[in-house]
Design a protein around this ligand. Structure first.
Ligand code: PFF
Length: 437
């Protein structure tokens, strides 16, 4: 459940709809689903196996499976990726926390159902210097407090109770969204593929989104694998997480796209999409909207927390394993660093938006968003899967998957084929093609 908590988060409800909208809807969805089930789940199983087998955090995990210490660099790259993802994740989590407050105080409800008013509100808020930073700090302090109290029990309990509640609210949203006038256009956009809309970059974005959403390709699942009970079935657990995560992303799509079209938003509207569309849906619910809106954003904050904590946990555990620094101090170190970077990224949406990178003039936030979704996780995943399929002793893999021969692993030959051939090849092709444009 803690790993489900890591996978399910803003990636499903914020990033999936906006990426899917940006890169063409239905065609993106199909490519995304292929990546999730063929590559993402394979990677998740590999990371769990590496983690549980070695009982180490990423760098040591790779090193303990091969005498060449250089393999540890893959683990390091993963941790660096986790660092940047967490820093950026804090910005979005801060926005979401602010929306809880705005729902509670009636500020969101007061915006009514005019899409222009809601969009203006969002852009004014996200480009300001005050509230995004304040709520970012509030969110990270709570994460730090939770992690200092020790992770597993708390997160498991929270995930068990609150995640199903989040799904329930998303279902309510789906019903509301589907009954809005003109909703069918949104469903068509999401489910009727038009492959002419899909670019090479779109395919790479689908891959990045699949990895981001499943929390793979950055070593976090190696750390969670090392905490996994020895009698848990790795294959079943990974499939369960993959299925839950995907279901929630698709449901979020069903909740959002009909409303996007019905309320006259642009599906390719970018990172602000969900923050503009959902208030509109809530406000169309009348008085009940305030309750649903508060509850929804609150649960989304909790979902974001279980994801952010998994990232902070991976960094904390790694620093603790490699130094004499204890867990508490490690957590504080990464809390301070990621919060500082997060504040910088938050400000780059507004006051610092004049600082841009490359010929596309990306702001720091957009630049890091690309790095975090399109480049770093796929690169890290590629090296991880090559290591797993070609370098790690096969006997270890079999032994770990079968819980020392006590479980049947009828899926093994298909899985082995995916891990050795299909996944590395597909990752390589998509990466190269995507980078070359
Ligand atoms: N999977 C999380 C989400 O979809 O929101 C984000 C995330 C968590 C990415 C942990 C990576 C990670 F290691």
């Amino acid at each position: 459940m803690a790993a489900v908590g890591s996978a399910v988060g803003l990636g499903n409800i914020w990033r999936f709809p906006y990426t899917c909208g940006k890169y063409g809807g239905g065609a993106f969805l199909i490519v995304y689903l292929c990546f999730v089930f063929l590559l993402g789940s394979t990677l998740m199983i590999s990371e769990f196996v590496i983690g549980r087998r070695t009982q180490h955090t990423p760098v040591k995990a790779f090193q303990s499976l091969h005498p060449k210490k250089a393999w540890g660099l893959v683990g390091l790259l993963g941790l660096i990726t986790s660092f940047f993802i967490l820093s950026q994740y804090l910005v979005l989590s801060g926005w979401t926390t602010n929306y809880v407050w705005d729902s509670l105080t009636g500020r969101l409800a007061a915006l009514g159902t005019d899409s222009g008013t809601i969009s203006n509100y969002f852009s004014q808020f996200s480009t300001s210097a005050g509230r995004p930073v304040v709520f970012l700090v509030v969110f990270s302090v709570i994460c730090l407090a939770i992690i200092m109290c020790g992770v597993q029990k708390g997160i498991e309990n929270v995930s068990k109770v609150l995640m199903p509640l989040l799904v329930l609210i998303v279902l309510v949203l789906c019903v509301r969204s589907l009954t809005l006038p003109g909703a069918s256009k949104g469903l068509e956009y999401l489910f009727l593929p038009d492959f002419s809309k899909l670019s090479g970059e779109g395919v790479l974005a689908a891959l990045g989104q699949a990895l981001f959403s499943l929390s793979v390709g950055m070593g976090v699942m190696i750390v969670y694998g090392s905490y996994m009970p020895l009698n848990d079935n790795i294959f079943k657990t990974a499939m369960w997480i993959t299925a839950c995560d995907t279901l929630i992303a698709v449901l979020a799509g069903v909740a959002i796209f009909p409303a996007v079209f019905s309320c006259g938003f642009d599906p390719a509207g970018g990172p602000g999409l969900v923050f503009c569309v959902l208030p509109n849906v809530f406000n169309s619910m009348g008085g009940a909207g305030v309750v649903f809106s508060t509850l929804f954003f609150l649960l989304l904050v909790v979902a974001a927390m279980t994801s952010a904590i998994s990232l902070l946990e991976a960094l904390t555990a790694a620093l603790h394993e490699h130094s004499i620094i204890n867990r508490q101090v490690s957590a504080v170190v990464f809390f301070l660093l990621t919060t500082a970077f997060g504040i910088l990224f938050a400000l780059s949406v507004g006051p610092l938006s004049n600082i841009t990178f490359g010929h596309a003039h990306l702001t720091l936030f957009d630049f890091v968003d690309r790095l975090n979704s399109i480049y770093l996780p796929p690169i890290c995943s590629l090296i991880t899967i090559i290591f797993f399929g070609w370098v790690m002793p096969e006997a270890d893999v079999r032994d770990e998957l079968s819980n020392h021969g006590t479980l049947k692993i009828g899926y093994y030959s298909v899985f082995r084929f995916l891990a050795r051939y299909l996944a590395p090849l597909a990752l390589l092709v998509v990466l190269v093609a995507g980078i070359l444009g």
